[in-house]
Design a protein around this ligand. Structure first.
Ligand code: NCD
Length: 313
């Protein structure tokens, strides 16, 4: 299959076709094998990736770094812009131009929606969106879907319940739209308090794709039919009024008791971090939980696959 991803940016899940997603997933499985058998190889030798993170990150940042290094590549790792000229007032425009001269691709996380897309106007090197404000987080959605298929076999026929901060959560913005792009046979439950409902432009998008969606604030009502329970953190940093955040942060608590009515074959996902006990520690060891194992490892394999496809013809 021709690699149509070569040299391309990835800003939104809507930028890639189902055929390209298949290509990424196939390569992800190969990367899994490669890591398990040899740890990696040198296919990205002499290539450099800049990780330009204007917002905090643990997993996205370090898995991109690990991905590049496992394939023999080099990195310019900026986790926070504190010790850069951004502190002196350098513009985004100039900053991305600088790093596009020093490296072959830029992985950008920014607190403002749209900035990774804007970067593609300034530079010709590929840009990967690692999360833009309350916009999107396409690589997270890709390995989340990969994990769902790995664990449950296929998307068709699944009921996927997204719960928590659907308003500000960029992971669920990307995930819901990616699911709708790949299957019309999924049911998506959108579970959130009124204040944190999924933005209308996204629900309209989902409806246009003919996916069945159901909006509610009651998790108990939809849990028994759920195949994938995807829990999210209430995004504290997006609130102007922190007392509002305090009211909402523990609106849903998933614990052993809550899971009594859930299917035995369900999987429990969370992009992490768990910040307000939205999933209780006792659930970590539940055999259905994947957020501390395959969801993490697949993030590494998928990012290896993506860097390989973007940087190698
Ligand atoms: C998410 C993010 O940054 O959007 N984290 C991550 O990349 N895994 C989710 C979150 O911060 O709540």
């Amino acid at each position: 299959m021709v690699n149509t991803i070569f040299g391309k940016s990835l800003i939104s899940v809507l930028d890639i076709t189902p055929a390209e997603i298949k290509l990424i997933f196939n390569r992800t499985s190969q990367m899994r094998k490669l890591v398990m058998t040899k740890g990696g190889d040198d296919r990205l030798k002499h290539r450099i990736m800049t990780a330009l993170f204007y917002e905090p990150s643990t997993r996205t940042f370090s898995s991109f770094i690990s991905a590049m290094q496992r394939l023999g590549g080099g990195i310019i790792p900026l986790n926070g812009m504190k010790n850069t000229s951004v502190e002196k007032g350098e513009s985004f425009h100039h900053t991305v131009q600088v790093f596009s001269r020093y490296s072959d691709c830029l992985v950008i996380r920014h607190y403002q929606v749209g900035l990774p897309r804007l970067a593609t106007n300034y530079i010709t090197k590929p840009v990967i969106n690692a999360g833009d404000g309350f916009g999107e987080h396409p690589t997270q959605a890709l390995f989340d879907v990969y994990t769902i298929i790995e664990k449950l076999g296929q998307l068709d026929g699944l009921t996927i319940t997204l719960v928590g901060d659907l308003k500000f959560g960029r992971t669920v913005h990307s995930l819901s739209q990616l699911l709708a792009r790949l299957s019309t046979q999924v049911v998506i439950n959108l579970v959130a308090p009124t204040q944190l409902r999924m933005p209308v432009d996204i629900t309209e998008n989902l409806q246009n794709r003919k996916v069945k969606i159901q909006e509610t604030d009651n998790l108990d009502e939809v849990l028994p039919q759920t195949d994938v329970l995807y829990v999210t953190r209430v995004q504290k940093e997006r609130f102007d009024d922190l007392s509002e955040y305090e009211k909402l942060k523990s609106y849903y608590i998933v614990d052993k008791k809550k899971l009594k009515t859930a299917k035995k074959k369900m999987i429990i996902m969370h992009p992490l971090p768990i910040a307000a006990g939205e999933i209780q520690n006792e659930v970590d060891s539940d055999s259905r939980s994947v957020y501390l194992n395959s969801e993490l490892s697949n993030g590494l394999y998928l990012r290896m696959a993506l860097l390989d496809l973007i940087l190698n013809k």
